[in-house]
Design a protein around this ligand. Structure first.
Ligand code: PGA
Length: 230
């Protein structure tokens, strides 16, 4: 997957978190199609990704295919184990049927579900095993990053869901520091909107963004893609 993405350089990864019903999902993709017909977003430098809940991945992939949407799908998490007796855990073998990307180590997973660096390393191994591109979240430039991740997301906790993003200059500085440890693209997440997205993606070290709330609305998400592309 990454081979065909190599010539593009700005990721816009919508993390829908624990939001949306099946009806909301259908509305989003239908609205996105109407907007998308105005512009071939895949002809730009932007890689648009949305990450629905597990329960909506099947519906989402059907709609993306049926409506011929210029979007990739991602999961918000992955089991640290292969298939087997692990109640409640969608595994990599299952997820790869629907997604190209998976978010691993989001601060909400670390905080509310007590996920540790050791557990996250197992999740990265599973994603790699099943050929799913990993988007590995860290809150700063000192947190451990496993080898083999495909994208790193710098997500300062103070900026997530607060409407108070990091400054583009500071995000760029932290991302430069992260890039001393890894050669993969590094994106920024935390209160990104269609209004401020350009300020982030214009920075020389920032390879894209990971918006949460602002990605829920099709018009707004579409506008983010447009604004990231110009
Ligand atoms: P937010 O979420 O855009 O709603 O702040 C970002 C994130 O958690 O990745």
């Amino acid at each position: 997957m990454l081979k065909s993405l190599r010539d593009r350089n700005k990721y816009v990864v919508g993390n829908w978190k624990s939001n949306k019903t099946a009806a909301d999902i259908t509305l989003f993709f239908n609205s996105f199609q109407k907007l998308g017909s105005k512009l071939e977003v895949l002809n730009t430098s932007v890689v648009p990704v949305v990450c629905p809940s597990f329960v909506h991945l099947d519906l989402s992939s059907q709609l993306v295919e049926k409506l011929k949407l210029q979007l990739y799908l991602g999961a918000q998490d992955i089991s640290p184990f292969d298939r087997g007796a692990y109640t409640g855990e969608p595994n990599g073998e299952q997820l790869k049927e629907y997604v190209s990307f998976v978010i691993i180590g989001h601060s909400e997973r670390r905080k509310y579900f007590a996920e540790t660096d050791t557990l996250l390393k197992l999740k990265v191994e599973q994603a790699k095993k099943w050929g799913i591109n990993t988007i590995y979240c860290v809150p700063d430039d000192v947190t451990d990053i496993p080898g083999d991740v495909n994208i790193v997301a710098y997500e300062p906790v103070f900026a997530i869901g607060t409407g108070k993003p990091d400054s583009p200059e500071n995000a760029n500085k932290v991302i430069k520091s992260i890039k001393k440890k890894t050669s993969v693209p590094v994106i920024y997440g935390g209160s990104v909107t269609a209004e401020n997205i350009r300020d982030f993606v214009m920075m020389d070290a920032i390879d894209g963004v990971l918006p949460g709330k602002a990605s829920l609305d099709a018009d707004h998400f579409y506008q983010m893609i447009i604004n990231a592309a110009v």
